[in-house]
Design a protein around this ligand. Structure first.
Ligand code: NAD
Length: 503
């Protein structure tokens, strides 16, 4: 398999040079499950060279609030692949989440979480569940841009970008092709967020066209997640934005009965990080009873990523065989299907003994059957003509009569702009609002240039930014509290802003 992520070296199955991996032992059960995972990889013939890095509790306790040493950063930058055991996040303010730091600093744009039912050996209501959730990992409401604007109102910015959509959606289709998956489902809420989620949907349709061999469909996230929880076997690969993906990937893991068994991959164009989805389980640390399956699955994803899909299949099949034989750690032990309650080390020994065996009842892993080639081209921006046509001015205004505010603003000399409408929490309250609409102290006042009809369509006259500045100066001068503005643009004649409800 070769991987052609941007600026990443090609690694092929025939490459015999071991791939250097940054290994973080983590905290709690981390060192125990990492030892197990490394033993299995070594016995299976994985061509890797571990280089251990220090991050987590010990680093936090030394006074380093980021939880990661400079030496660890150097190894990560050099090796570009990380296998990370869970870490213990210290309680209290001042400590930065290491996972968020790693994800954002390293540009890990895709979070990939395969969830597969292992029924009847691990109990689940959905024995045929086998889904991969591919979640955009950097954008959306997770950009962390939040503000308090008035006595009553707080906001969080949802940022969706075209390059962000293109690469995560292409990644989902490429993943499907690389690992023999048949269908990709997009989940959005574009019936409400027509511009942001609308872009994600639009880009999905554009990219889906390039993969006619892979089935595709789009669902609204609310009904989509309900269906995922009720009929998960209907899904194959799901691609979605950050927040929805965060939620549905936990739903999928939970209904798969395997939160403790799942691994996840965080993929960037230069670096990739693989980890179990569970935490450091301090309650059982040091007892030798932890289930290493989550990290083993993370290592299987890592081996596929670096082109060693045959080794990945060998380990996965040995792991499935061990589960079928009934050798279960305490967390998945059950009276019906377990033969023995085994320790971490005994479970690991059994997997090693089973290397080369294939499961009889559970589906055989065949990652090497796909093209194994993930190709994400560089983003090329298509420049569009951008025209300023107005401005939304947000006011902190303590009055409660929208008509009065409308009249006050209509009296302002508007520098060839006119007040088009006022909304409160997105609902039009002027002109002609409803008495019943609840209003808070946050008023969005839309000012636009002249409108005209061109070929039957409404078009706004171009305005210049000086008009906006003059308007703001004037509003401030007459005592309005301007808390924020949003310029209104058209791109190639298409409106780049939403209408107010009722506008
Ligand atoms: P947790 O996942 O560590 O534990 C929840 C429960 O599941 C515990 O009863 C634990 O014993 C059990 N469990 C988890 N993994 C297991 C395994 N492999 N085998 C057997 N049992 C297992 O969640 P938590 O208790 O909420 O968090 C503990 C610590 O882990 C916290 O400091 C948290 O911040 C951190 N954490 C780290 C990561 C990460 O590094 N990626 C992720 C989640 C939580």
């Amino acid at each position: 398999m070769s991987i052609q992520l941007k600026e990443k070296q090609e690694i092929t199955e025939s490459t015999m040079t071991p791939v250097k991996i940054a290994i973080a032992n983590g905290d709690g059960i981390g060192p125990e499950i990492m030892k197990a995972t490394l033993r299995i990889m070594e016995a299976a013939g994985a061509r890797i060279e571990p280089e251990f890095i220090e991050l987590g509790k010990k680093v936090y306790s030394s006074g380093n609030t980021s939880g990661i040493t400079n030496d660890a950063w150097d190894v990560i930058k050099k090796n570009k692949i990380i296998l990370k055991a869970p870490i213990t996040t210290p309680q209290g303010k001042g400590y930065k989440s290491l996972n968020v730091t790693l994800r954002k600093s390293l540009g890990l744009f895709a979070n990939v979480r395969p969830v597969q039912a292992l029924s009847p050996y691990v109990q689940t209501h959905f024995p045929n569940l086998d889904v991969v959730i591919i979640r955009e990992n950097e954008e959306d409401l997770y950009a962390g841009i939040e503000h308090r604007q008035t006595q009553d109102v707080y906001q969080c910015l949802k940022l969706i970008t075209r390059p962000g959509c293109e690469r995560i959606i292409r990644y989902a289709f490429e993943y499907a092709k690389a690992f023999g998956r048949k269908k990709v489902t997009c989940m959005v809420k574009d019936n409400i967020m027509k511009i942001t989620d609308g872009l994600f949907h639009q880009v999905f349709d554009e990219i889906a066209n390039e993969y006619p061999e892979i089935e595709n469909n789009t669902q609204i996230i609310d009904i989509g997640s309900a269906h995922l929880a009720a009929k998960p076997e209907k899904y194959d690969v799901i691609v979605t934005t950050n927040l929805y993906g965060d939620i549905i990937s936990d739903i999928a893991a939970e209904i798969g009965g395997s939160v403790g068994m799942c691994g996840s991959a965080n993929i960037g164009s230069k670096v990739a990080m693989f980890e179990a989805i569970h935490g450091s389980a301090p309650d059982i640390a040091g007892k030798g009873i932890a289930n290493p399956s989550g990290l083993i699955n993370a290592s299987i994803s890592m081996l596929s990523y670096i082109g060693q899909t045959n080794v990945a299949d060998t380990i996965k099949n040995a792991w499935l065989t061990t589960l079928e034989q009934g050798y279960h750690t305490a967390d998945i032990f059950n009276e019906t299907y377990s033969l023995a309650k085994v320790s971490t080390e005994q479970f690991t020994d059994k997997i090693i003994q089973n290397l080369g065996n294939k499961p009889v009842k559970l589906p055989i892993s065949n990652l090497s059957s796909g093209t194994g080639n993930i190709n994400i081209p560089n983003y090329v921006r298509k420049q569009q003509e951008k025209k300023l046509v107005g401005v939304d001015v947000f006011l902190d205004w303590q009055g409660n009569d929208a008509n009065k505010l409308g009249e006050l603003l209509s009296d302002v000399d508007l520098y060839k702009m006119k007040l088009k409408m006022i909304t409160n929490r997105g609902v039009k309250v002027y002109p002609k609002g409803l008495d019943e609409t609840f209003c808070t102290d946050h008023w969005r006042c839309r000012f636009v240039g002249k409108q005209s009809q061109i070929n039957g369509a409404l078009s706004y006259q171009n305005i210049v930014y000086e008009q906006v500045i003059s308007l703001l100066f004037k509003l401030n001068e007459i005592g309005f509290d301007v808390i924020k503005t949003e310029n209104l643009y058209e791109f190639d004649g298409n409106r780049g802003f939403s209408l107010g409800q009722g506008e």
